[in-house]
Write a protein that binds this ligand. Structure first.
Ligand SMILES: [Zn+2]
Length: 282
């Protein structure tokens, strides 16, 4: 994708790439991009094979079409991300076969990191959401994760990834599918071996240094300290300042988030529980 390309052209190019890469079939997949207070979107019931910039539609923050065209039914998932992540300007959804296979089978080999570079790029886990009916239920299942990660596997469905621009959102979806492909291949060899727990803090520090750490990463630090991990404590004593989370609030204990049921919870407690599990040695 060429930098400086008009936003509509970038969205159309991402949509065509979803088809060219084999990540969608029929009318699957959708792409949106934030354009001020509006959102550019791929139209519903259209193959992504031939999407051009003139085919794209516009919707408002409630998903209502501005002008002509029909919006896709999963627009609520995209808007859930935009509402919670002011840094995000593009959301991409597709059904890439390997990641979707993970979404449609038991377990989640992407729950714990097994490739160092991927941990730096995408954080300590790619969560797999339970299947939810399209609409409010799916949106509620996604909401708690929007501020913590940049991509999720949707149970029995596909992948949703987001980023600062179309290029970044697409690369994140691509990386999730690539990791899934590796995990599926590794399954024939006995399954992926997660990275050693001691390897994770330095990688998260590298991620923070690169400015791409998220709130969940800070929770990892907290979790390891609370868990009394001596290896981590030694690292933390020499660690760089806390991660600069460019786009999400730092997870102080007082920060609250919305649960799917609408109740408010302590964000760090929610994340801590997840991450402590991820840090446990096999
Ligand atoms: Zn879908």
């Amino acid at each position: 994708m060429r930098s400086g390309q008009p936003l509509r052209a970038q969205v159309a190019e991402v949509a065509r790439h979803l088809h060219a890469a084999g990540w969608v079939a029929n009318h699957d997949g959708n792409v949106t991009a934030r354009d001020g207070s509006r959102f550019i979107a791929t139209p519903t019931a259209t193959s992504k094979r031939r999407i051009e910039h003139r085919d794209l539609i516009e919707v408002d923050a409630k998903g209502q079409v501005i002008g002509s065209g029909r919006v896709f039914g999963e627009i609520g998932l995209h808007l859930a991300v935009y509402e919670r992540r002011p840094d995000v300007h593009c959301v991409v959804h597709a059904h890439p076969p390997n990641a979707t296979a993970i979404g449609a089978s038991r377990g989640n080999p992407l729950e714990r990191p097994f490739i160092a570079e991927a941990l730096v790029s995408l954080g300590p886990k790619i969560p797999k959401l339970p299947y939810a009916q399209p609409g409010d239920a799916a949106r509620a299942a996604l909401a708690p994760w929007c501020e913590l990660v940049d991509a999720v596997i949707l149970g029995n469905h596909g992948v949703l990834a987001w980023g600062a621009d179309p290029e970044q959102a697409l690369m994140r979806l691509e990386l999730v599918e690539h990791l899934a492909k590796i995990a599926v291949a590794a399954a024939t060899l006995g399954g992926v071996e997660p990275l050693p727990a001691a390897a994770i803090p330095p990688l998260l520090a590298a991620r923070a240094k690169a400015g791409i750490g998220r709130a969940a990463d800070r929770a990892v630090e907290t979790a390891a300290q609370l868990a009394g991990d001596p290896a981590h404590a030694a690292h933390a004593a020499h660690a760089a300042p806390p991660a600069v989370v460019a786009c999400a609030p730092a997870p102080h204990a007082a920060i609250a988030t919305m649960s799917p049921g609408g109740a408010r919870h302590d964000l760090s407690a929610v994340v801590r529980e997840e991450i402590v599990k991820a840090l446990r040695k096999p």
